[in-house]
Every structure is written in structure tokens, then in C-alpha cells.
Ligand binder design. Structure first.
Ligand code: IPD
Ligand code: CA
Ligand code: CA
Ligand code: CA
Length: 259
């Protein structure tokens, strides 16, 4: 079995185990803490799942390094070698306030190149994954490649930070050219919407490496684009204003952003 196959088998197993812990925790009361702001939350489950995943990765792949949201990973200064990106619960606010619309996400990169990406929509029991060069799958079934639609032909998704804090004026111009705007509150689930052809772009402010890395593998696998707002490569060591989009919409968005 190749390393990629071994990782694939284990990641799927570990993600399902994380979802079982989330299911069991339904019976207990969540411990919720504020991080940087009153709407930037972390729960005991975010921490527990990241700790479990990082322990499992380290036990099986001791040479690899980990970039995780809740602090159980390594302090990365570069992306050399094999780097795992772990977002234990993507959409923590949804998890706390809605008890749905959140995902467990894992990405694996080799020397900065995305090799494997996993996004598990826990409540819908849908595990999306991609291995570079092998297509995108949902629960083991191939996902049909989404249509390369233009900005004017589809819906665009965004995130709360972009709407409430940053660059909303610029975003409005772009969104105004589309058919309309949608927002789910989980970067991973927005990326799945793009993969399904339900939106033609997801434009989001202040995304962290663990928000971007798993979905980037999938979006690039279907030939779509991932970049910063100005069209430059995303930086997986920092936060990014990020566009995920069809090729046609990408050109229109980047041109509009550069004006
Ligand atoms: C957040 C979600 C949200 C996005 C934020 C992310 P978290 O991740 O993906 O949709 O707008 O920028 O930080 O903190 O819930 O894992
Ligand atoms: Ca996240
Ligand atoms: Ca998270
Ligand atoms: Ca968070």
C-alpha cells in the first residue's frame, strides 16, 4: 500500500471516529469559550477532536508536521515535507447555534503541493475527498465535474467577515453581476457547494490555512481556481482573502478586483 493509500484509509477512519465523538457529545453540555471576539468561539469538542487527530497523525506519521486551528499542531515557518492541515470543526458558530452545517476537514500537502483533501459534512453524513490526479468523490462515488459557468450565470457565496468587516464595497460590485448571494458559515461546506455547481464562486475574507487547504485540493482537481483576491497564490502559512471559483468567473472577479 502506498503512503497516499495508507493516509486515505486512516483519514477516512479518523474523520468518522471524530464524527462519532461529536454524536456522543450531543448528550453532554458543550463548554463554549470566546477566542478573539464574542462571535469567535471554541468548544471542548473542537479541542478534543483536534487533539485526537493530531495524536493519531503523530503516532502513524512521526516525521510529518501539522497545522491545526486549536493549537495542538506545530508552529510552521515553511511547508517543506509532508504537512497536515486540520480543522476539527469548520463552522463552530453553526455547531454551537444550529447543531448542523459544520464539517471536519483534513488536507495533506507535500512540499506545499496539495495531495489529499477531505471535508466531512457531519450531519448529512457526506464525506467528500480528493486525491490529486484521481478525481473528487462523495461517499466513495465520483462527483460529476461542475459546469464552468460565468459570473452572470450563477450564485456567489461569501463569508460573514467579508460582509461585516472587509472590502464589502468591492465585493458588492462583483456580487451585483451574479445571479445572487448565498452564505452558509462554513468554508468547507461553501467549497462543496462550488463542487456541486450550486454556486460559481466563494469569496471569503480572513480564511486560515486549515480553512483553505482541504478544499483547495478538490477545487483544483476539477480544474477550477483558488487564489487571493488579487489573483496571486494563496499563502498557506497565513490568513488570506480567498477566491474559489469556476475558471470563467475567476477572470471576471480578479479583473473587477484589480480595478
Ligand atoms: C470559520 C468558518 C466561517 C468562515 C471563517 C472561518 P471555524 O471557520 O469557515 O465560515 O467565515 O472565516 O474561520 O472557525 O468555524 O473553523
Ligand atoms: Ca474553519
Ligand atoms: Ca474550526
Ligand atoms: Ca474557529
Amino acid at each position: 500500500m502506498s503512503t497516499v493509500q495508507k493516509r486515505d484509509k486512516l483519514i477516512k477512519q479518523w474523520i468518522k471516529e471524530a464524527a462519532e465523538s461529536i454524536e456522543l457529545a450531543k448528550e453532554e453540555s458543550l463548554k463554549v469559550e470566546e477566542k478573539s471576539a464574542r462571535n469567535d468561539l471554541v468548544t471542548n469538542m473542537d479541542k478534543e477532536i483536534e487533539e485526537e487527530l493530531t495524536n493519531k497523525i503523530r503516532a502513524e506519521f512521526p516525521e510529518d508536521r501539522i497545522c491545526g486551528e486549536e493549537g495542538f499542531g506545530d508552529d510552521l515557518k515553511d511547508l517543506k515535507g509532508t504537512v497536515w492541515f486540520v480543522d476539527p470543526i469548520d463552522g463552530t458558530l453553526n455547531y454551537v447555534l444550529q447543531q448542523e452545517n459544520f464539517a471536519v476537514m483534513v488536507g495533506v500537502y507535500e512540499d506545499g503541493v496539495g495531495v489529499q483533501g477531505y471535508i466531512y459534512d457531519v450531519c448529512k453524513d457526506k464525506l467528500y475527498h480528493a486525491i490529486k490526479g484521481m478525481g473528487v468523490y462523495c461517499n466513495g462515488q465520483p462527483v460529476k465535474s461542475p459546469e464552468n459557468k460565468s459570473l452572470s450565470a450563477g450564485l456567489v457565496a461569501t463569508n460573514s467577515q467579508l460582509m461585516t468587516q472587509d472590502q464589502f464595497a468591492e465585493y458588492r460590485k462583483i456580487a451585483g453581476k451574479s445571479m445572487g448571494v448565498r452564505m452558509l458559515g462554513s468554508a468547507g461546506l461553501e467549497i462543496i457547494e462550488l463542487l456541486k455547481g450550486n454556486v460559481i464562486a466563494y469569496m471569503a475574507s480572513k480564511l486560515s490555512p486549515w480553512d483553505i487547504a482541504p478544499g483547495k485540493v478538490m477545487i483544483e482537481e476539477v480544474g477550477f481556481k483558488v487564489s487571493q483576491f488579487d489573483g496571486s497564490e494563496v499563502d498557506l502559512l497565513n490568513r488570506n482573502k480567498t477566491i474559489f471559483s469556476t475558471v470563467k468567473a475567476f477572470d471576471e472577479i480578479v479583473t473587477a478586483n484589480s480595478k
